[in-house]
Design a protein around this ligand. Structure first.
Ligand code: ATP
Ligand code: MG
Length: 437
């Protein structure tokens, strides 16, 4: 679905609502993005039509949350979210409203989170309705709560994460009363489900400005509750000959800045790659050491992924990056078979992205990556990852009994194949003879 067809569909739905005599506006992110000359993600509609009316008017609808007044209209394959103007009753547990009631456009806007998200746009009249001072805040690049910031964050604590997220996404500042309210209430973020926190954190790490996002999370106090381990890296010294940039914290942020990937697992892996260093730090013979920090780090990373409720795949990837980020320094000394096996690992490419960022954020010595690129360039993909000449069936055919020894034999023969010492299946079969009693 193209962005223009999304916009077209939303326009058609909006116009139909209007010609039936209802009020209807584009609301929320799309108005903000249009004023910023950015491409909106989607064009949500706010209207005084009730969910039942909306359902009756359109052929294909999905009721998302009747009690919240949200109906999805499917128009020519595009989903358009239509929300009835609503106000929200008192919040329970700082997470969700106890009830909603249907109200005027002006009242609807006042339940929204930030002024920049509180604008309404009438595309027919080409008119922006601004009840909350959103236009000025867009001009001044400010994220400001609608109404009293402390009250708004007390209602829904996730809004604190959202404030940071929008600041990062739009490259705006958080207005000082709003910022101070986050600072004051940051500890209460823990009442929010980790899935929702993860969702906002994931977004923060997906914007260009993400390094500032992490800094902002520290400044407003939220990082202490969602990733306290990262704060332990502050002030952990490193030998200046390897790390001219400074302590582990500085290095970590710089790594994120240098990272050439916006995938969440790679970003989080880069952010956590040295998370084991604070606990591993020890002075030995007058030298700073971080013995086994990659293993300690892997364990810490695992508990962080669990806390953030990451999927198994993403957890595996983050752990792999943390555990293996030091391996590149050995590539020149690896046997060809070992190097090829390393290159064959499923997550190698993701690890390499993080490891390159790690290097660029310290001494900048790229020789190991150049060595690998050079090595790969000189081989065909068949040479890098050949199908094994021999399988377990061959071993059975030779009368060997299946058991743990099988994989040892197969590994050995495959290593010979990777090294080019065994070039054909016949050679592989004759190599096997030494294993037959
Ligand atoms: P994006 O472009 O990233 O989707 P958005 O502004 O559309 O940004 P959404 O999370 O999609 O953000 O929410 C749509 C609108 O609903 C927001 O602009 C805001 O007006 C309102 N909103 C969403 N979540 C909240 C919340 N937790 N509290 C108050 N208002 C909210
Ligand atoms: Mg949106």
């Amino acid at each position: 679905m193209t962005d223009s067809s999304k916009k077209e569909s939303s326009l058609v739905v909006l116009q139909k609502l209007k010609s039936a005599g209802y009020e209807a506006y584009f609301a929320g992110g799309s108005v903000r993005d249009m004023l910023l000359n950015r491409e909106p993600k989607d064009y949500d509609i706010a209207t005084n039509a009730k969910p039942d009316d909306v359902e009756k008017m359109f052929k294909k609808t999905v009721l998302v949350g009747k009690q919240f007044g949200v109906v999805k209209v499917i128009h020519e394959g595009c989903e358009v979210e239509v929300t009835t103007f609503r106000s929200e009753g008192p919040y329970v547990d700082g997470r969700r409203p106890s009830s909603v009631s249907f109200v005027s456009a002006k009242e609807d806007v006042s339940r929204r989170d930030f002024t920049v998200n509180g604008l309404l746009y009438d595309p027919v009249k080409d008119e922006v309705l601004d009840f909350v001072g959103g236009k000025k805040d867009i001009k001044d690049k400010l994220i400001r709560c609608i109404g009293n910031p402390e009250e708004r964050f007390e209602e829904d604590k996730l809004r604190m994460m959202r404030a940071v997220r929008f600041a990062v996404q739009l490259d705006f500042k958080i207005e000082s009363d709003t910022f101070n309210a986050v600072k004051k209430l940051s500890g209460s973020i823990i009442v929010v489900s980790w899935e929702r926190i993860q969702d906002e954190f994931r977004k923060i790490l997906a914007y260009k400005n993400r390094t500032n996002g992490v800094k902002l999370l520290v400044e407003c106090g939220l990082l202490r509750y969602i990733l306290p381990e990262l704060l332990e890296t502050k002030g952990v010294q490193q030998p200046p000959e390897f790390h001219p940039e400074g302590d582990v914290w500085t290095h970590t942020l710089l790594t994120l800045e240098k990272l050439n990937s916006y995938d969440f697992d790679v970003s989080l892996g880069a952010l956590l790659h040295d998370i084991g260093k604070p606990r591993a730090f020890a002075m030995r013979n007058g030298k700073m050491t971080y013995y086994k920090h990659e293993h300690i780090g892997e364990e810490i990373a695992e508990s962080i992924c669990k806390r953030l409720k990451l999927s198994n795949d993403e957890t595996e990837s983050v752990k792999y990056i943390v555990r293996n980020h030091l391996r590149f320094k050995d590539v020149k000394n690896m046997k060809v078979s070992k190097l090829k096996r390393f290159l064959q690992e499923k997550l190698f490419d993701r690890l390499k992205l993080a490891a390159i960022a790690d290097t660029l954020a310290s001494n900048g010595n790229m020789e190991f990556f150049e060595f690998i690129d050079d090595f790969v360039k000189k081989q065909s993909s068949e040479e890098l990852k050949p199908n094994p000449f021999i399988t377990g069936n061959d071993l059975i055919g030779l009368g060997l009994k299946p058991g743990p020894v099988f994989s040892k034999i197969l590994d050995e023969v495959y290593d010979k194949q990777l090294e080019g010492k065994v070039k054909t299946r016949e050679q592989a079969l004759s190599y096997l003879k030494k294993f037959i009693p």
